[in-house]
Ligand binder design. Sequence first.
Ligand code: GUN
Ligand code: ZN
Length: 645
Amino acid sequence: MMLEIQHRDGLARICNFETAHGTVETPALLPVINPNKLIVTPKELEDEFGAQIIITNSYVIKQSDELRKKALKDGLHALLDYHGPIMTDSGTFQAYVYGSVDTSPEEILKFQKDIGSDIITILDRFTEPEDSKELVEEKVRDTLKRAEDAVDEYGGSDIHLSLPIQGSTFTELRKEAGEAISKLDAKAVYPIGGVVPLMEDYRFKELAEVIIASKKGLGPKGPVHLFGAGHPMIFSLAVLLGCDMFDSSSYIKYARRGDFMFPTGTVKLEHLYSLACDCPACKDHSVEDIEGMDEDSRTRLIAKHNLGQMFLEIRNIKQAIQGGSLWELVERRCRSHPQLYEVFKVLKEKWRFLEPFEPRSRKSALMYTGAESLNRPAVKRVQRWIMEEYEPLFDGPTFLFDVDENEKPYNRHLRFEISEIFRRCSANLLLSTPIGPVPLELDEIYPIAQSIFPRGSKNEGLVDEYLEKKGIDDVLVWEGIKTLRSVEDGGGANLDVMRIKTVADYQFGKGAGEVLTDGQLRFVKNRKGRVKNVMLDDDHILSVRHYDGFFTLKKAGALILKEHFSPPSLRLKVNDDSAEFNRKGRNVFSKFVLDADDDLRPGDEVLVVDKNNRLAAVGRMFLTIKEMMEFDTGLAVRIREGIEK
Ligand code: GUN
Ligand code: ZN
């Protein structure tokens, strides 16, 4: 299935995909329609909730004489009186609940095709948390075989297949299943199946592990559907981990029990004192009203409330993806329930899986929502670099500054101290910040400057670890100007130069700082004295992005980096046709990407080169490398400067 990414944040993405009955924007919620009993009609779903796609069960239709005949005669869309995209499920869930079903894999697929479904699901084998490993292996094998058969039969047609990944809680099996299914040559939807029991029992930690393992196997293929994801409380987490679609009949199941869903949890009707909701369904009703209703009206009202909350949460999530604040949303949601809180452990353990999808900076500041925020990949990455890769610039002493949240960016707060120190000596200035030790010259980059922590936050353990690791014993803890008494004369350090050295090393790789400062440096500054452009031997090599402290790379800078770093570093190789266009300043599309440096991240500056490693353009990465290699459509790199031969 053609998937085109419009916006992204980590593994989360806003995409469009096409079906015969219209375009769907993901993340998408597919309300489940029970064809035997329409509590909320498809038309209401579309008109009142903006549903772009729905899902129904082909097995339920097939088992009813009346529905089957009508569906075969007039088509599924007429049967449900809905003209947008419809996905159908196969009877797998019924087999799980009732033990068996009265159909075969071939028959139920053909039936879905015959009634005109837009996305048809194979009869996968539901893997249960209680299943033995042997049984799960067998079910995964069967599911894969059925997926292969389905691809043989329908792969070439324009019908979309839905090929679930099974594997219970065995993460290795999930990963292998994902790998095997992603290799099949089909434009498909990839549901993660067998997770309903985990969700019903609030086993969210295992759910997160299962999603990550399945995504590891699948790669960037998509869209990924989470089968039976019933509660808006978990949507943001699932999206953060790379799920694109949800289906749920829970809005009705919950309504029958008198349960009102909210993105922060569930509230029972009998516990309601006043109805703290002004959604269209609740707006004109009191608790007494609703309690006094007949059962059907009450169920319908609560079902509509539940749908409203689910769609609202999907809109919240899209907003957060677009604004770069999905991590904050997820962290807040993970505090909605103790079992959801356990997911923080998984997010911490799996940061290396999540990191390659993380942009090096975001539009919005990193907001601390609690101690777990320090485990985000965006924090871990810069912490790790400082601890493992950074080399202090000078042999001289290290001045340690205890800085606080309201003093950002720290270098401006410390202007006087810095100039006094550098007048006397070339020293390393180390800041003790909420994320740990930070060399002064990194203090303007994301998330060091672009973050909000509670005042007084510290991470002193990491500062000690840093000093030990770098073998620094000449530490002067800043206690005012008297700290300089023992310091020898012989200054000359320049913070602007230090910044280029260290930020460039962090942004482009070790050694970049050295080559980008090797010559006659000159700075173009703005009225406030901040560096705007960096000139080396009169060539404009870098501009400073003031919103995140990183550099944009100019042609002259790109040529220097290209000279210094051998392929494939910093490079994205495109085919010759693309290179010609890119030289004229036009963007790179995924289809034309041949190869690239694995260390490049979305949002990074990149050297676009042709097959012979000649520089064609400089631009900014929009996708991850894996996504570019996988997708055959859509923007890959936004070109800023084309470079004619
Ligand atoms: N509905 C809920 N879970 C599943 C599943 O694992 N497979 C299918 N086909 N449908 C489901
Ligand atoms: Zn409501």
